[in-house]
Design a protein around this ligand. Structure first.
Ligand code: GLU
Length: 309
């Protein structure tokens, strides 16, 4: 199913930067963009720009244009046409129906309320207890409303390689469980779209924020079910505000527009982002090209590994 992507992988490094167009890029997104760009350019490879725009109610008009403008202003270029997940719903649906026909999915009618009641109050994403896993398929059709569809996660350990944050190994049923790939309202899950994109585009390395490290096991498990090799992962440190809280796009004040309004130029922003992960001394000013020229792939790896230990 992903033969073209597998062939593409043999022709060299291909990374991606995959923002959701829900607002302007905050400092954390900018840092991830810079590091994805550095990793790709240091490897002499390609960087694709992908918009994760399936969650339409959360998309903001103008966000795509502002993200592209910010990347260009910082000198972070990308290769090839922009990819939008919303333009590939047909591909996700094809993979979903293959999974369904092959017995990898089962319908689930558990309400969110029920799941909230039975989940442990850890704060972490609860693992689905498998309530609907062994029901007869006919049951789903008989009951009134549409079901969601869950992946029948195979037992065993899920392993992946992470160049910066340390390799991962988790027990699938205990930590991941049967994740939803298609919600009852037809919404396609992030895991499904991301996995299909990484595989069909032949992505060799996924550089992204460490907050998505916990999403990796489900994605690697799905790749296993699709008989595909996962890419290498490279999770980068998160940027926090002064109070130690993770930044989100809703904190628009942390975006480039606010920095520009304070008189910052691109060299100051690049210096600040690079210093934030220990690549250059605090107070450095340099262009993305100058930063690229003074780094090696090994230095990038050593610094980002150290930043997370
Ligand atoms: N779209 C996600 C975000 O903006 C990133 C997804 C990924 O890199 O896998 O947080």
């Amino acid at each position: 199913m992903f033969a073209a992507g597998a062939r593409q992988r043999t022709s060299g490094y291909r990374g991606r930067f995959a923002p959701s167009p829900t607002g302007c890029l905050h400092r954390g997104n900018l840092s991830t963009a810079l590091l994805s760009w550095l990793a790709a350019r240091l490897a002499g490879g390609e960087l694709l720009l992908r918009f994760d725009d399936l969650d339409t109610p959360r998309n903001r008009a103008g966000a795509e244009a502002s993200i592209c403008r910010d990347l260009r202003w910082l000198g972070l270029d990308w290769d090839g046409p922009i990819r939008r997940q919303s333009e590939h719903r047909g591909t996700y649906a094809t993979v979903l129906s293959w999974l369904r026909r092959s017995g990898w999915l089962y319908p689930c009618r558990c309400s969110r309320r029920l799941l909230a009641d039975i989940s442990a109050p850890h704060g972490a994403t609860p693992v689905y207890p498998g309530t609907c896993r062994n029901r007869a398929l006919g049951w789903a059709a008989a009951a009134g409303r549409l079901p969601s569809w869950r992946l029948r996660l195979p037992p065993g350990l899920i392993r992946w390689q992470d160049r910066f944050a340390g390799d991962g190994c988790v027990d699938g049923p205990a930590v991941v469980g049967d994740v939803v790939l298609r919600r009852a309202d037809g919404f396609l899950a992030y895991h499904l779209a991301t996995v299909v994109d990484e595989l069909s585009l032949g992505i060799t390395e996924v550089v992204r924020g460490a907050d998505l490290r916990s999403a990796t096991a489900a994605q690697v498990a799905l790749m296993g079910v699709l008989a595909a090799e996962p890419p290498l992962y490279a999770h980068v440190p998160l940027c926090c505000d002064a109070a130690g809280r993770r930044l989100s796009k809703r904190d628009g004040s942390a975006g480039l527009a606010a920095l520009r309004a304070r008189g910052w130029d691109a060299a100051q922003v690049i210096g600040d982002l690079a210093a934030g992960v220990g690549l250059v001394p605090a107070g450095s000013r340099l262009s993305s090209r100058e930063l690229l020229q003074q780094l090696t792939a090994e230095q990038l790896e050593r610094t980002l590994t150290a930043a997370q230990t």
